[in-house]
Design a protein around this ligand. Structure first.
Ligand code: ATP
Ligand code: MG
Length: 397
């Protein structure tokens, strides 16, 4: 069918034509944000889930919803290798400048901008990547200790006061939180703990890989009680069906039940894969309805597309030993797997593979659901590894 009208949207953070199965989560967050605005006790929310389940898309939607009801928002992504204060500071400045235009909040917002100036100046020594414009001179003693934990707490406190004066709340939307280094994560938790204690309207809505939950608890033992960790996972059968069928129907295209069953079977309800299969099935079909044979053709081209992009970009960032580690996992199946079993595959000891495993966790390729267990963070990655490293020579380094 006409590829120009193809509604499906495989991609990173690309909004799907139908955001299926997430209404409950959206409503949970909506309620939390309204409660924060009213100064009622509320937990920050950290969505955790594997690659491609739709975390980024959800954050963006939640942000749009928050802006639509007059909340102040900041949207950042924690990149590998940059500091949290560096990515936070310029965004906070933008927010404070906006808040300062509300008459009732001008004075407090200006004070918060002074705090931000002190914060950036004093932390620049340690976090050289901080770059932010200064609108005011620092106020001596305000958020300028040079210690991130203390200064971020002081800063978010005045920022919260500014948001409160403006009768709104400040919502920090942070993606890829698992990449934030532990001491910076600890500082963020402490700062949010303080604003929560003071009932100041500042709240975090974050997203990350499943290891985030453990990282938060490790950074601050009370973190697990301070946050909600809703899991974002594959869609149920009904949700997955509507993710595919609804966009088609909106274009007056039908899809047979057998074709839908096939797509569900191939994608296991993972949102990214659903978009990829939807797209390829649409392109493969000559006319409505999209049939099972169209999906069979689509499966071949969808897998090829995934191998070239979604899987490939992750694979290319790995060292030879890291690749062999993942290949050994793949040999054992979907997982999770015991470290000892993986080491046996490679005829190595668990200890000697410790660094490779740790690097793979840091890169966000694998995580540990339980002590000694290892699982992929990318759905269906085991099948990909068996395709891309088919021969048996990976066992001997
Ligand atoms: N609820 C949904 N229904 C249908 N499609 C969805 C849904 N959520 C996300 N998608 C699609 O899935 C793909 C991946 O979404 P997104 O980039 O938000 O995932 P992610 O969890 O942030 O992945 P990563 O961990 O790799 O950053 C996109 O193509 C998006 O359109
Ligand atoms: Mg994402």
């Amino acid at each position: 069918m006409d590829p120009v009208r193809n509604p499906y949207a495989p991609g990173a953070g690309t909004p799907p034509p139908e955001l299926a199965g997430r209404d409950v989560l959206l409503e949970t967050v909506r309620i939390a944000l309204e409660r924060v605005r009213l100064g009622l006790p509320t937990k920050s929310i950290l969505m955790v889930g594997l690659r491609g389940v739709g975390k980024t898309v959800l954050l963006d939607r939640m942000r749009d919803d928050a802006e639509a009801v007059g909340l102040q928002t900041i949207r950042i992504e924690a990149p590998e290798g940059r500091s949290l204060p560096a990515i936070l500071a310029p965004q906070l400045r933008q927010s404070l400048l906006r808040l300062s235009r509300v008459a009732a909040a001008t004075a407090v917002a200006h004070r918060a901008l002074r705090a931000l100036a002190g914060f950036a100046k004093s932390l620049k020594v340690k976090y050289e990547d901080i770059e932010v414009g200064f609108d005011f001179d620092p106020e001596p003693g305000l958020a300028d200790n040079g210690d991130l934990e203390h200064d971020l707490m002081a800063l978010l406190e005045v920022v919260g006061a500014a948001a409160k004066a403006a009768d709104t709340a400040l919502v920090l939307f942070v993606d890829e939180l698992q990449y934030v280094e532990e001491s910076q994560l600890a500082a963020l938790i402490t700062a949010l703990h303080r604003t929560a204690q003071r009932r100041l309207p500042v709240v975090l809505v974050g997203a990350g890989l499943p290891q985030l939950r453990g990282q938060m608890g490790h950074a601050k033992s009370y973190a697990e009680r301070m946050f909600e960790f809703p899991e974002v996972g594959p869609l149920t059968n009904d949700e997955a069906r509507s993710a595919i069928a609804k966009p088609a129907a909106d274009n007056d295209v039908k899809i047979t039940d057998q074709a839908l069953d096939k797509i569900l079977e191939q994608t296991r309800g993972y949102p990214y894969f659903l978009q990829e299969w939807g797209k390829h099935a649409w392109d493969a079909a000559q006319a409505s309805p999209i049939s099972e044979a169209d999906v069979d053709a689509a499966s071949r081209s969808a897998v090829a597309a995934l191998d070239e992009s979604f899987f490939r970009v992750r694979f290319d960032r790995l060292t030879p030993l890291q690749k062999r580690y993942l290949r050994a996992m793949a040999e054992l199946g979907t997982g999770p797997h015991r470290s000892g079993d993986i080491a046996d595959q490679l005829r190595r000891t668990v200890t000697s593979l410790g660094p490779a495993r740790a690097q793979l966790i840091a890169k966000g390729m694998i995580w540990s659901p339980n002590h000694g267990d290892t699982a992929f963070t990318v759905p269906l990655f085991d099948e990909f590894m068996r395709r891309i490293m088919p021969r048996n020579d990976w066992q001997d380094g």
